[in-house]
Write a protein that binds this ligand. Sequence first.
Ligand code: DC
Length: 229
Amino acid sequence: MIIAIDGPAASGKSTTAKLVGQELNFLYIDTGAMYRAMTLKAKKLNIDYEDTEKVISIIQTTDIDQIIDSSTGDTKTFLDGVDVSLEIRTPEISKGVTAVCEIKEVRENLVNIQRIMGKRKDVILDGRDIGTVVFPDADLKFFMVADVDVRAQRRFKELSEKGISSSLEDIKADIVRRDERDSSRSNSPLKPAEDAILIDTSELTISEQVEFIVNKIKNEKMRNGKNEN
Ligand code: DC
């Protein structure tokens, strides 16, 4: 099965997708982390994130992969063989990724990798364009939204726990800026697929979000099973 979870920044996609993946033994693919890894590569090579030609020139020599850490269940992101899961979460990368992810060639390359990963086993992917572009035929599509202040609070807590310092105001401003730019770009803009199930997580707990999605997947599995018989 392929499950797509899209939605704006910090709407709870990755936390939910990870837990759903663990509960149902699906591979969780964090596509945002891949765009962040590409951005980190540009940073390491001192390439300006807005310099499209230079960013395109490093695509072929950049290796991005994700694996599940069997001890924690976390999805780890590797850039050229090195675990960069924490490094890609800094405010600088969050800022720079908006320009890098707009580049058509970057998207084509990462979408290819995501489609190959999707063939490995049952997968749950989170991002902005999973249900619309990467897997338009996904078995189930969800679009998660939440009030911007709730999202800022959650991201602030998450970053603090990871030891990454930033102010609540800066985080909120970054979320608003990224949502605007992600929604208005011409390449694969952030928008719900027509057949996506909308979930507003503003007043839901994480376990409620997980339970809602897990139940939908179980129902879909049963429906498919019945159709096959
Ligand atoms: O999910 P995230 O905040 O880690 O994603 C980082 C950025 O990557 C986000 O601002 C938009 C971009 N992105 C994208 O364009 N397409 C995706 N499928 C996933 C993320």
